[in-house]
Ligand binder design. Structure first.
Ligand SMILES: [Zn+2]
Ligand SMILES: [Zn+2]
Ligand SMILES: [Zn+2]
Length: 112
């Protein structure tokens, strides 16, 4: 049974532009993940959203916490662990492709 938006789904903060976690910075069809930040344990669509809205510097997830379910698929609400996300081309639950360009920014979210 696919998960859908509902009470179990974490809130995504920042300047989002739709219900699939796109934001004013990243809003292509492939931009459908939100990331929980290690510093505040809140989900934001991107590092720029966090920088503008959180009011504190971002911390990166240490390598030792790659088992944290810190990545939200904006399409189906599935939560991926950091390790799963870094290995995935798309959502393992709904198969929506993820933006391959995000890999260029992985160091902003995770210690590498
Ligand atoms: Zn934070
Ligand atoms: Zn953003
Ligand atoms: Zn999904």
């Amino acid at each position: 049974m696919p998960e859908t938006a509902g009470p179990g789904r974490p809130a995504v903060l920042g300047p989002t532009v739709d219900d699939e976690t796109r934001c004013i910075h990243y809003r292509t069809p492939l931009d459908v993940v939100a990331i929980e930040f290690a510093c505040c344990r809140e989900f934001y669509p991107c590092h720029l959203c966090h920088a503008e809205a959180a009011g504190h510097p971002a911390q990166q997830w240490p390598v030792s916490e790659r088992g944290e379910r810190a990545i939200l698929c904006g399409v189906c609400g599935h939560l991926l662990t950091i390790a799963e996300y870094l290995d995935a081309d798309g959502c393992p639950a709904c198969a929506v492709p993820f933006n391959p360009g995000c890999a260029l920014h992985a160091h902003l979210y995770f210690e590498v």
